[in-house]
Design a protein around this ligand. Structure first.
Ligand code: ELE
Length: 232
């Protein structure tokens, strides 16, 4: 029994690391709002063609669960659920195959529920107090939301100074023009945002533009990491 428990916790920890490693490797986490699950496959094709293999599908539409189910069935994509506000949504997300959960804010109830399920969770924080709440809950990787509105990279610099173990996924107001500024900070694990696949492009079925934006973001991640290795 005790041994079973140990095995389970180890595999959970490994799963969590896998997810974080995949998000880190991508450098950019596309956030999408899907109105129909029919868009799932072309979206996945567009993102993977551009070089990204992670996606966060927000629980903001009725189609979210079906879309997560369709995307999770693919072997080339790691799919998480975003805008998760309640434990019931966590359960729904898990039941359709979501591998991680993202919230706009810090909910101790949502975080605890994810931890009980062994599901990686990245709650949003917007202040030093919320970071301490995350640390108290045993988390060191958090979403920083809404990043630009909170002061952008200057705020991350200020927060990263005392919280040396914390890694951030800044999201909100990030785009091709300011992506590199965020990626340059060592406390930034990856950056999230809707600019790669915004609702207007999805509705128009403009998958080519989604791939173009994704490739550009991937190139920026690559340049940024090459530069930081060169200066390390
Ligand atoms: O609700 C959540 O869990 C979210 O994920 C919020 C989104 O991350 C932001 O709405 C993205 O902001 P933009 O990239 O500026 O469009």
């Amino acid at each position: 029994m005790g041994q079973d428990h140990e095995v389970t916790s180890t595999s959970r920890a490994e799963r969590a690391v896998d997810v974080e490693a995949a998000i880190t490797a991508g450098g950019v986490l596309p956030v999408v709002v899907l109105d129909t699950a029919a868009d799932a496959d072309p979206l996945a094709a567009a993102l993977t063609a551009g070089g990204l293999h992670t996606v966060e599908v927000t629980f903001r539409t009725d189609a979210a669960a079906d879309a997560i189910a369709a995307l999770s069935a693919r072997s080339d994509l790691l799919v998480g659920a975003g805008t998760v506000l309640t434990p019931a949504q966590v359960d729904r997300a898990v039941s359709v195959g979501a591998r991680f959960v993202v919230s706009p804010g810090f909910s101790p109830t949502v975080v605890r529920h994810c931890q009980e399920l062994g599901l990686p969770v990245f709650p949003g924080v917007s202040s030093a107090t919320e970071i301490q709440m995350a640390l108290d809950a045993g988390l060191t990787t958090v979403k920083f939301f809404p990043a630009e509105q909170l002061g952008g990279i200057a705020m991350i610099r200020a927060l990263a100074a005392p919280f040396r173990s914390v890694r951030f996924i800044p999201t909100g107001g990030v785009h091709a023009g300011n992506l590199a500024t965020y990626l340059a900070h060592p406390a930034v694990l990856a950056v999230g945002g809707t600019w790669l696949a915004p609702s207007d492009l999805i509705t128009a079925g403009n998958w080519r533009e989604v791939t173009t934006r994704t490739s550009a973001a991937v190139a920026t991640v690559h340049e940024s990491r090459t530069r930081s290795h060169a200066t390390a």
